[in-house]
Design a protein around this ligand. Sequence first.
Ligand code: F6P
Length: 457
Amino acid sequence: MKRIAILTAGGDTPALNATLYGAVQRANELEIEVYGLMKGFDGMLSERLPHVRLNPLFTTIPELDPCMGGTIIGASRSYIDPDQTDILKAVSARLEQIGIEGLICIGGDGTINGMQPLSELFPCTLAPKTIDNDLGLNHIDEPNEWVRETADNGEDRYRHEMTRDDVSLGEIVNYVTPGYATAVFVVAQSIDRIRTTAESHRRIAIIEVMGRDSGYIALGAAYGQPDMILIPEVELDYPKIIDRVRHLYDLQKSAVLVIGEGVCDSDGPLGAKSSSVDPAGNIKFSGAAERLAEILAAELGDEYFQKNRRHESASSAIFTRKLGHTQRGGRPILFDRFYAAQLGGKALELLVSERNNFLSTLSWSQDGGFTLSELSANKLRDRWGIIHAREVHPSLYDENRFRPSQLGRDYLNPIFRRAIGHEDLEVLHAKLFASGNLLTRYQSINVEVQKRIRYLD
Ligand code: F6P
């Protein structure tokens, strides 16, 4: 291969530039040109095919900094409808027109689903990324556990019928995805900050974290030592939750709860949901923390807070914080930078060695630690061809103690033990309060990259 393209699709992560960097560095060694397609699948869908040469003369452009969050080539949630074969063919012809021989997609479950029809016409591989940590399997047979049903509105609905009570950590396929560690780093720090103010003001804090239907970010939040963690995979048991909150509040005059944004009760997701354009069928969630706050306020009642003169009313004693996009932005920590770059390089090698529709993965074993690996995307697909978001396996979470189980702690520790590098702290020390920040406006990378964009015509 002499020339390939690369794109970043779906929600961004702090480690996308690091993945791009890893792929481009490997391409430099193999003397392959890399064109970055702008704004994910959006760029390919445009007749003008906006693109940037990422390694002219096999030298990585200086704008591509693996330590910078986000993606210099932009991202979007547009995908190609698998039934629109004319569009698929046009995209593939457009890529061929500028001499592109293969494509690397950097993305999560939405991207890999979107890549499936294209991979039948054009060589593609995927480098994984997602703060949600939901691209992978708890064990290799998991796709076969999905069943398809018809919903009341006549649409297909997929349900996961888990067949295994436990998993061993060595059998987890794609143990962790780049972006997850930095998201948990942000969450754990935020909990620490919110807790002290909750303690001072005798309040109950409900912190909502991202992850959609997957509770990995909430699980990792345990490093910030919240009092309770509620994950989307386990239906809310209100009496049990309220008993625990009351006990904690009586004991310590404050409580900190972390909830995954997709938490559900017997009526379904707690927050409002709206559908996204994502081919994985992903849903956007909002408002779970507010809803839980209302439920707790109603159940505990004003009198409970007034009796010890701690608060006027239940609603003034309970506050919510949605950590939102802070979890997805900023500088990636060492773990993410390092493995993102490795996975990018591996995705390039897979493309060169004609492993069409494969993805690079990260495995973990007690003896060998983290190792790079690979998987055919077909292994991720259920009987109907859908790739589902990985859920936190029940054996990783202790639903009685609202926290990671022993296995959950064993799962998290290899990722986070050495996740922060010394330089991560040095950068904070050197840059945050640099006097120049007061003088100079932030110099957006988009301005520099714009100068490098080329079009088909
Ligand atoms: O999938 C990544 C993610 O950050 C989810 O955790 C979150 O629900 C969603 O994207 C938010 O997407 P957007 O930024 O497009 O609203």
